[in-house]
Every structure is written in structure tokens, then in C-alpha cells.
Design a protein around this ligand. Structure first.
Ligand SMILES: [Zn+2]
Length: 308
């Protein structure tokens, strides 16, 4: 399972990503962490990134993709991965699609952690960091255990403070920038039929369950797909569809209304129906066709893929 996680700062996707790691036994690939590691290890990539950053620039997309390509080639990522922190722009999303197509391992799902703006501001502005040990608390959701503000009871050196980044005004600006950059990426993935929106408010355990539900249709129907032949198509497809539709139904409306993707869907749906499922699976076609065709076809037919 190859998953991309999307979510604003404070959406809690880091916590949930860790749960997916446990659930699916696939690594979490955080581009920020990998980049830091490359720089620390002084690899060729790391030195290049150092030079770029020393010049006050952002690491370019080509370098980021090289980092991802190198990481997903490692043995632990062969059955999938959870990509976090990339893509952040539409060109990056397109480049990622091209890379995965090149490798013959397309992204299975893009999950958006949906949290209301007010809640995000509350979560982030509630953060307090210890000046001594850098431990992070949240005055709302994970308050310090001792009644004082110290993270070690009775220690005067452990003082909690609010990072400049976490101040309300800064948070609002960060979220505005995030929204602006991310909206096209979400539309892109919605058009590709990959976007799954998970409401990320409530108890962490609840959110995990929603997340697993959102990702469930694919593994659930993997087996019938292997044997599916055009001749038995109707017999085999009926239960598959019913199951997929049942699981997918609750989250579709939010994904659609968010991106307006519903406008495009009827056409793609018709197209997907008229084409042979086997052919579609065998030949992923050009990026444009693929993008259009994936809208419905992926959600319906992905489960039928035998390659996982
Ligand atoms: Zn401390």
C-alpha cells in the first residue's frame, strides 16, 4: 500500500502515520527527515542540499524526487510506504505521479486529514515547549502532569514557553499559506480519484478507525480480483461494488464538496464503464489519460489489482 498523507500543521497526521506503520508494516517516509539525515551523513545529495540551502533557496523538486526515489528503492519499502511532507505543490504531485509510473508502482491513496481552522489554531497555539529538554506539551490536549508549568515536577530549570511559530497570529499565517499551496494538490488527487478525506477531530483512536475505513476497500477485495475474468464479470463484480460503495459512501461527499470534483466524475465514470477492466489494468496509458481515467476507475477497480 502506497499512501500519501496530507494535512495542515496540527492535523495530527504524524501520530496517525505511526499507527499506519504498525498496521501495515510499511515505513513512514518523511522527506524532511530524510533530507536532514542526508545532510547529517554528508552524502552527495546532502551536500547538494546544503549548498542550495546555504544560498537561501528551497531544495528543488528534482532533488526531492531523487531523495524519494532512493528511499523507496530500499527493501523495507517494497510492499509500500507512507509518504509525508511531499508533495506540497501541484508540480511536485505531477512529478511524483511520473516517478511512480516510471517505477510501475502507482500511489494507491492520498489521505487528507481534515480539521477545522479554529481547531487547528487551538491545537497549535496550545503548544508549549520546554526550554531545557524540548519536550512538547499542549495546554488543551496533553497538559504537563504537574500542576506547575514545569515538565519535571519541582525543577525550576524546566520552563515551558510558546514558540514564536506556535503563536496564534503566526499559526493563522502558516495555515493560510498551507491552504493556498495545498488546494491545487488536493484537486489534482481528487481528479485522479485517489483522494480520501478523513475527519481528523475527536479521539485519536476514532480517527485511526476512520483512517483504516478510508483505506479499507482496497485490501478487502484483493482476492476476488485475481480470478476475475470478463466472462464472470457481472457475477463477481456485484458484491465487490456493493462492498466498496458501502465503505466509500460516507466520505465521498466531503471530498467532492471540498474540491468540486463531482463535476468531472459522471463523464469519467461512463468512460470507465465502457472500457475493459483488464485492459485498463494492464496498460496504465499516458499520464493525461491515466489522470482522467483514474477518477472512478481507481476506486472501483484498484481492489481488483493482483499486484500489491
Ligand atoms: Zn523539560
Amino acid at each position: 500500500m502506497r499512501i500519501v498523507l496530507m494535512g495542515a500543521p496540527g492535523s495530527g497526521k504524524g501520530t496517525q502515520a505511526q499507527r499506519l506503520v504498525t498496521q501495515f508494516h510499511i515505513p513512514q517516509i518523511s522527506t524532511g527527515d530524510i533530507l536532514r539525515q542526508h545532510r547529517k551523513d554528508g552524502t552527495e545529495l546532502g551536500r547538494r542540499a546544503d549548498a542550495i540551502m546555504a544560498a537561501g533557496k528551497l531544495v528543488d523538486d528534482a532533488t526531492m524526487l531523487e531523495i524519494i526515489r532512493e528511499r523507496i528503492a530500499r527493501p523495507d519499502a517494497q510492499s509500500g510506504f507512507i509518504l509525508d511532507g511531499f508533495p506540497r505543490t501541484q508540480p511536485q504531485a505531477e512529478a511524483l505521479t511520473a516517478l511512480m509510473k516510471d517505477l510501475g508502482t502507482p500511489i494507491d491513496a492520498v489521505v487528507l486529514f481534515d480539521v477545522g481552522a479554529d481547531e487547528l489554531v487551538r491545537r497549535i497555539s496550545g503548544r508549549r515547549t520546554c526550554s531545557l529538554c524540548n519536550k512538547v506539551f499542549n495546554i488543551y490536549s496533553a497538559p504537563p502532569t504537574s500542576p506547575a508549568t514545569d515538565c519535571v515536577a519541582g525543577s525550576a530549570e524546566h520552563q515551558l514557553f510558546q514558540r514564536k511559530d506556535d503563536e496564534e497570529a503566526t499559526v493563522k499565517e502558516r495555515l493560510r499559506v498551507y491552504e493556498q499551496n495545498t488546494r491545487p494538490v488536493l484537486s489534482y488527487y481528487s481528479d485522479a480519484g485517489l483522494l480520501r478525506t478523513v475527519r481528523a477531530e475527536g479521539a485519536p483512536q476514532q480517527i485511526t478507525q476512520r483512517l483504516l475505513d478510508a483505506l479499507a476497500p482496497a485490501p478487502a477485495v484483493t482476492k476476488p480480483a485475481k480470478a476475475a475474468k470478463p466472462a464472470n464479470k457481472s457475477a463477481r463484480r456485484a458484491p465487490t461494488r456493493k462492498r466498496a460503495a458501502k465503505k466509500a459512501a460516507p466520505r465521498r461527499p466531503s471530498a467532492k464538496s471540498r474540491t468540486g470534483a463531482s463535476v468531472r466524475r459522471p463523464a469519467t465514470r461512463k468512460k470507465a464503464k465502457s472500457k475493459g477492466g483488464a485492459r485498463r489494468r494492464a496498460a496504465p496509458a499516458s499520464a493525461a489519460v491515466k489522470r482522467a481515467g483514474k477518477t472512478r476507475a481507481t476506486q472501483r477497480r484498484r481492489p481488483r489489482r493482483s499486484k500489491r
